[in-house]
Design a protein around this ligand. Structure first.
Ligand SMILES: Cc1cc2nc3c(=O)[nH]c(=O)nc-3n(C[C@H](O)[C@H](O)[C@H](O)COP(=O)(O)O)c2cc1C
Length: 315
């Protein structure tokens, strides 16, 4: 399957693995890239030398293209921005803001720059600044989210820009992926389904919570602070939401979540940890290798897309 994104990134399938903090380390990124998608290391708040090591580990595991997701609010963002150049990384995705100040250096280094956006205005501004594509991420997603749903955001961004659009948020199987193409996307970015992949280092307790989740089992904390985050409901989200409703300060709320994603991913703390996951968790029912996930997604998507002309013949 060739799309503008497979051509741009030199990958076999139009599937990008979300650059997830703590979750997306070298094992997951390398497995997705080996399977023909784009694996992405989630740099999150990690120091630059940790990210350098992760990059080198992926390179040892595969010679396929992979990317690094840089959280622009990270205290290490300036150094990580330099490390991706020094290490010859081919693709950078960015979260939490405008990567403008790094664009010139990244473009000169031949890096494809793909920011995550949650509004048409941001997508248009970044296109003007010269990014190669955008990831339009709807609020169904796990992790930090914007306001609009994937269904409404993706087609509006597709109409507003001429660079390729990658749709993110709520893709769990071939139906979701085919729907993204119908909305005008050139590829999908998937987070939650890869959290439970065999190659993901996420603790089994956390993976099992995603497998067991129902459609209504995620909640959004942090709306009052301006930093909304979607995760599975547990003691932490209940207490957070209660404190938020009582008008707790930003600092007090922040204290409740410091280290909570790390504790869920590495220690399997499903009570007080942050179990970031999207609304699609309710559809995810099995653990598979990245190769199996990508193969299944592609088989389902192509079968559905071939059926579309027949559906209209019936009419
Ligand atoms: C555990 C987790 C951590 C995430 N961390 C990040 C991150 O550090 N940076 C980022 O840009 N997106 C992050 N995301 C969002 C994903 O990259 C992706 O866009 C999103 O999960 C797609 O929606 P889905 O979960 O419905 O597949 C995270 C998502 C999850 C589930």
């Amino acid at each position: 399957m060739k799309t503008r994104v497979t051509e741009l990134l030199d990958i076999e399938y139009p599937i990008i693995q979300g650059g997830m903090a703590w979750v997306a380390e070298h094992n997951l990124a390398a497995a997705v890239s080996k399977a023909g998608g784009l694996g992405v290391i989630g740099a999150a708040n990690a120091p630059a030398e940790v990210v350098r090591k992760e990059i080198r580990q992926v390179k040892e595991m595969t010679d396929k293209p992979f990317g690094v997701n840089i959280m622009l609010l990270s205290p290490a963002a300036d150094e990580v921005a330099q490390v991706v150049i020094e290490e010859g990384v081919k693709v950078v995705t960015t979260g939490a803001g405008n990567p403008g100040k790094y664009l010139k250096a990244w473009k000169e280094a031949g890096i494809k720059v793909i920011p995550v956006v949650a509004s048409v205005a941001m997508a248009k501004m970044l296109e003007r600044e010269g990014v190669d594509a955008v990831i339009a991420e709807g609020c169904e997603s796990g992790g930090h989210i914007g306001d609009l749903t994937t269904m409404t955001l993706v087609p509006q961004i597709v109409d507003a820009v001429s660079i390729p659009v990658i749709g993110a948020g709520g893709v769990g199987d071939g139906r979701g992926m085919a729907a993204m193409f119908m909305l005008g996307a050139d590829a999908v970015q998937i987070g939650t389904r890869f959290v439970v992949a065999d190659e993901s280092i996420v603790h089994e307790n956390y993976k099992n919570k995603i497998i067991a989740a129902r459609d209504i089992d995620s909640a959004v904390t942090g709306r009052s602070t301006g930093h909304p985050v979607r995760s599975l409901r547990n003691k932490m989200t209940r207490e957070y939401l209660k404190k938020e409703a009582e008008g707790a300060s930003f600092e007090e709320l922040e204290l409740m979540t410091v280290g909570s994603l790390r504790n869920a991913v590495l220690d399997g703390d499903v009570v007080n940890g942050s179990l970031m996951a999207g609304q699609i968790a309710g559809l995810i029912s099995k653990k598979q290798s990245c190769q199996e996930i990508i193969h299944e997604l592609m088989t389902e998507t192509t079968a559905l897309m071939k059926k579309v002309p027949q559906m209209f013949e019936v009419c």
